[in-house]
Write a protein that binds this ligand. Structure first.
Ligand code: FES
Length: 110
């Protein structure tokens, strides 16, 4: 059981699922970039992923940071920020769709 990322139809298996590691960390373990610009500090909002609705009870509840970056209907549909979302237990099987980062960015560019 592990976190499996799906990017453009390709499945990338992190080969672990650990509650102490957020989804961004699982992706980083297999060198999969999720568009993070803030290093996982919840500032950029660019590491959006989509979970199956049936998996939402297997991950941590949305944080205030996620509620600031995502609309309520997006959260309900399964959109999350990978740096804020943790599996609830070890050994779960999660399928996480990798999305293109939003065009805008919360971090000002020079
Ligand atoms: S990595 Fe920037 S908000 Fe998650």
């Amino acid at each position: 059981m592990s976190v499996i990322f799906v990017r453009q139809g390709v499945r990338l298996d992190s080969e672990i699922c650990h509650p102490g590691l957020n989804l961004l960390g699982h992706a980083q373990m297999i060198e999969l970039g999720l568009g993070s610009e803030c290093g996982g500090h919840g500032k950029c909002g660019r590491d959006r992923v989509l979970l199956e609705a049936s998996e939402l009870d297997q991950v941590s509840a949305p944080t205030a940071i996620e509620r600031a970056h995502l609309k309520p209907e997006e959260l309900k549909a399964g959109y999350r920020l990978a740096c804020q979302c943790f599996p609830n237990a070890e050994g779960l099987s999660l399928s996480v769709k990798v999305l293109a980062p939003p065009a805008d960015s919360a971090i000002p560019r020079p």
